[in-house]
Ligand binder design. Sequence first.
Ligand code: NAP
Length: 556
Amino acid sequence: MTTEAKAVPVGESRFDVVIVGAGFSGLYMLHRLRGLGFSVRVCEAGSDVGGTWFWNRYPGARCDVESMQYSYSFDEALQQDWRWSERFATQPEILSYINHVADRFDLRRDISLDTRIASATYDEDAAEWTLTTQAGARIAARFCIMATGCLSAARIPDFPGMADYRGSVFHTGHWPHEGVDFSGLSVGVIGTGSSAIQAIPPIAAQAGHLTVFQRTPNFSVPARNWAMTDAYEQSWKRDYAALRRRAREETRSGTIYEFSDKGALAVDAETRRREYERRWQQGGANFMHAYNDILVDKAANDTAAEFVRGKIRATVADPQTAEALLPHGHPLGAKRICVDTDYYETFNRDNVTLVDVRRAPIERLTQDGLRIGGRDYAFDAIIFATGFDAMTGALDAIAISGRGGATLKEAWSAGPRSYLGLMIAGFPNLFSVTGPGSPSVLSNVIVSIEQHVDWIADCLVHLHRHGVRTIEPEQAAQDDWVAHVNEVAHRTLYPQANSWYMGANVPGKTRVFMPYIGGVNVYRRICDEVAAEGYRGFRLAAAPALGIKPEPCAAL
Ligand code: NAP
């Protein structure tokens, strides 16, 4: 990994645009805007670029979207040159790809690393945002773009006794860069979401004993990862531009799967079983696309869910453990489907124990470990695989105040409200990349990122060309969009699960379905129409009269 460009000191400075975050979003946003001649500064809290792939370094971390699709499409030479080594890329490989992109496009010179933004304040008279870093530096810019990620605010539940515990504590989303050696240790893992399901098999292979504390069993399908073959790679690269276009414009998730035009109940039980089995053997989230109604019809969903429960029963040798691992109570896929390598098989190891903490929740941490239902468990290390304050957590961590000093915290106290997931009424010139109200986490997020970045870049060019000083959603357009996001979600089975999509994993967080489920294809068309109609639903305010011209962007 190249790390030559360390923190650029941020004194008092002024730019056309400030971007918060140097993950996939922030890097591409910088590349686009710099190419258009805007002066840009990116502020990144981490000590290097990479965002989620910089922080989530736990053993077994890899992407569950195929690497040929989980990558930038904006540059033909980049997508032809880069070679992925596996069907599903590991975290280190994705991070080295991101570093390659940063170097290839010479992005580092405009990025301030180790620079955490504490506040962002809008000055109405100057039509300018001032961002203050945790170290006290100030950066002013006409436009502020939050590229802070949807799953970046790692969350440890508020257990009593955290300070009492004398062993080592880790969170999957904040893993030590030097790695951790669990050899011979007694380890506890709390959580059974995507992160835990990936981390548990390799940690179990190393630890002396691993105890998994499960509150809600999840559905997981096998990855069946394989080393990349030239033939598979070429099947994409031969026609990359057209395939990327198809993913963007013709799919709902921004990922090409083997889609079906049939409903699950339109075929007989044996046909269904064979189709589920075929997809199970192929591996990956393609399983979810066996029939076109799995996420909208409970009876259809039940057929797929029962197939997976059958696989769990067949894989886990101890019937009691198998029973405890069976997901009931939420539809398959309504919590994000997990993709694993040997997850269920790991419970057949002698050094792995499953503890159900649904009926008897974790009471507290003690000096030596955890207390549950009056029983003490001792551990050398405890791993919190307890997820994130998703979609809103990273924005919530910055004190953002807009027009009239109103804070984003107040504006979002009853759940996040935005227009298109791109902008928020009362917060002029503030954009979010893959914000709540956009397809974001329900899509191949790189497809969503590229679409948002391109839309925002085009918007800034439009504003500049037309002498527009501020852009902000109209309240009515935002209200309509929020209602639409909600209405579309309730046509599906998603709201039936207590998921992080609903904010249900954070006690006290308002439960609303945060991402837009209408599909990246539909969403892109809406965003394009909005722009083509002169930014329908946005209020665009010109620079004041008296001959004051809009400040020029560097080279436009
Ligand atoms: P998560 O899905 O939110 O899972 C958190 C786990 O911690 C859940 O099992 C949860 O149980 C448990 N938990 C939370 N508080 C608890 C408490 N007080 N007591 C006991 N258990 C508790 O988080 P994640 O696994 O980090 O995954 C988050 C998202 O990141 C994924 O859905 C996915 O979008 C993304 N991700 C993707 C990949 C990939 O591409 N392969 C890998 C990792 C993560 P409950 O379910 O009962 O709340």
